[in-house]
Design a protein around this ligand. Structure first.
Ligand code: HMG
Ligand code: MG
Length: 308
């Protein structure tokens, strides 16, 4: 299959990237991060979560974050909503898109949202319906699509099953998420080949954590399956609180470098994103794990030194 000529990169750093930080990241830093990302050209930024602060304390300031950002016309600001309470917060915060998040593994569903897969779908029915009634986009995220930290192997049929249930809820987009970054390109192709049979290819996305260093290879494999939406986190920040040992999402800078090399349009300025990666890593005192980001920063700094 021909690779897409353009892709949408969904920047998930402000949510997935920061949610696992132990030290509370100041609301103002989160706001500046989101504003700088919108200015760099992202059409979709995952900005916050309206989840229980007991479960994920770092995301407790979602209302203030959403109130403080400058909305760029044409950018979709998404927030996670596990239940009706979360949806009410999302509506009040004027979110453009809500994310309902389930899992292809029973064990992970219990650990992450404290209920079975079937119960989670029941819980999402009124959430999706109410969001649609308000004209808010609905995205469904399928955790553990390529493996589970508790269950290990996850059958492709379980992923297909959850995608079908999300499709029935009216999801506009569905994420195939490799929560713990164990997937490899062969499995990635198998999963996308199967889920594209039950949901439109152009509305499926790849959400790859990079724990085993396979994320870019998996993105390439997904491109070969015609997938054109990918999630990434600036500076490679992140990790899921309920997936111990899992590292951040694939770094946005690395994905942009790959897409630029392939001649695939993203509409995003890599140089600006490299600066944002430096800003957020410095702000939270964490190493920047983007390979392209670090290389381009070092290059820019050495050029500055040699010019003076
Ligand atoms: P629960 O304890 O079963 O439910 O949590 P509960 O209804 O008993 O609520 C517990 C407390 O939280 C109560 O407070 C509720 O009021 C409050 P208390 O009475 O004890 O004072 N509460 C809320 N507060 C604010 N906003 C809400 C909300 N709901 C309840 N929306 C629940 C069930 C789903 C709430 C909980 O398990 C939860 O919030 N889980 C969120 C977990 C999470 O955010 N995980 C990370 C995001 S998913 C992810 O990273 C994966 C992804 O990146 C894809 C991938 O990589 O796989 C998307
Ligand atoms: Mg994730």
């Amino acid at each position: 299959m021909a690779m897409p000529q353009a892709v949408k990169i969904v920047e998930v750093g402000p949510r997935d990237g920061l949610q696992n930080e132990k030290e509370f990241v100041a609301t103002q830093v989160k706001i500046e991060l989101i504003n700088r990302l919108s200015a760099a050209g992202f059409r979709n930024v995952e900005a916050a979560s309206f989840v229980s602060p007991k479960w994920v304390p770092q995301m407790a300031d979602g209302t203030d974050v959403m109130a403080g950002i400058e909305r760029r016309a044409g950018t979709i600001y998404s927030v996670l909503t596990p239940n009706m309470r979360g949806l009410e917060g999302a509506i009040a915060a004027r979110a453009d898109e809500i994310v309902i998040f389930g899992a292809a593994s029973e064990a992970f569903s219990q650990k992450n949202i404290n209920c079975s897969i079937a119960e989670s779908i029941e819980r999402f029915v009124p959430v999706a319906q109410a969001a649609k009634a308000q004209g808010i986009r609905v995205r469904g995220s399928v955790s553990c699509s390529l493996g589970c930290p508790y269950q290990g192997e996850v059958p492709v049929s379980s992923v297909v099953d959850v995608v079908e249930r999300f499709a029935a809820l009216g999801c506009d987009e569905i994420d195939i998420a490799d929560t713990i970054g164990v997937g490899t390109p062969k499995r990635t192709r198998e999963v996308f080949a199967a889920v594209t049979q039950v949901f439109p290819r152009e509305r499926l996305s790849g959400h790859f954590h990079d724990t085993y260093g396979q994320a870019l290879a998996n993105i390439y494999a997904a491109l070969e399956e015609g997938i054109s939406i990918f999630h990434a986190s600036v500076a490679g920040l992140g990790g899921c609180p309920y997936a111990k040992g899992a590292t951040g999402n694939v770094a946005t800078e690395d994905v942009l470098y790959l897409m630029n090399g392939l001649g695939i349009e993203t509409g995003i300025d890599l140089a600006q994103v490299v600066e944002i990666g430096d800003f957020i890593s410095t702000s939270i005192g964490k190493p920047n794990v983007s390979r392209a980001g670090k290389a381009l920063l070092a290059k820019a700094r050495s050029e500055k030194t040699t010019c003076v």
